[in-house]
Design a protein around this ligand. Sequence first.
Ligand SMILES: [Cu+2]
Length: 349
Amino acid sequence: MFTVFFVGTLLASAGLIDGAFLRHLEVRSTDRRSLFGRQDQASCLNKDLIQSASDLTGQEPGTDGIKPGQAESETDANNFINFCEGQEITNGKQITTGSCNGIPMGKIPAVGNMISAVITNPQQGAQLPADTAFNVSVQTAHLNAGNFVNPTTNYYTAPQDLDGSGDIIGHCHVTVQDLGSMNTNTPPDPTTFAFFKGIDDAGNGKGLLQAVVDGGLPAGNYRVCTMIAAQNHQPVAMPVAQRGAQDDCIRFSVAAAAGSGLSTSTNKNKNMTQNQDQEGFVQAGNGNNSNGHAAEKNGQGNNGQGNNAQANNGQADNGQAQNGQAKNGQANGQANGQAQNGQAQKNGH
Ligand SMILES: [Cu+2]
């Protein structure tokens, strides 16, 4: 810039350019000097950290990996550092009307540290008794579990991070939805769920995590899924696209126990509030939850009353979940499906 300024001065003094252009150059060089000064501030992006790939659409002629049907990437020469300008920023809150989060994605694990999970209870196809407490158990691998920041104030406020072994520091959520029919073709409404819990402990310290569904569920057909997250509740980011899923889902049914006389409509979770306090969740457009956190305490309050007689039958729960039905042909079906898909998917992505 000083060279430009010097040359500009020479050209102007030689009468080759006019004064207005020279003043333009002077202004620019002043701006640049102050910009370099500001660049030292912590609030500015270190220029060594700019990802040059973000300035390209990926569709420039000659680019590796181009295939028909690919979209052009959005571009920004400065890491999208001001991407959220003019929008409501997330700023640690679970904003039900949407927002823009400008925090970096963070540290990405090596392929040898990718997370995997399998739901071990209930098992696929299990039939559980209505209104009876049961455990959702998840065996995880390469999740440094039980790390869980304040979801009311620090939702998405920090990047994904790794521990000394290279595993993602985070936690697992489990979420249960009523599917209506077991083989429904209608995607369940994600704003409606029968049970939700962010598991904020490290389980047995070897990746086995558990959540108790206090009071159980009413009769119905359900899907339970894991949603594994980094510490600030964001979905985990992995190093490669082609991989096995980090999450698991299984389907199970709940039926009124024969001769139990139990009503099937006494679901303690029916107002969708159980355990929501642990995620600071506020559900939009649902009158049941309009009181936000106050409502969430009800989930635990309910547990103490009326359900304990059944909840104490922990062994009964396990017996059902691990019975012959749970280990039926569906398990084989999954194994076969994976083997076949393994090759098919190599073309994808
Ligand atoms: Cu969470």
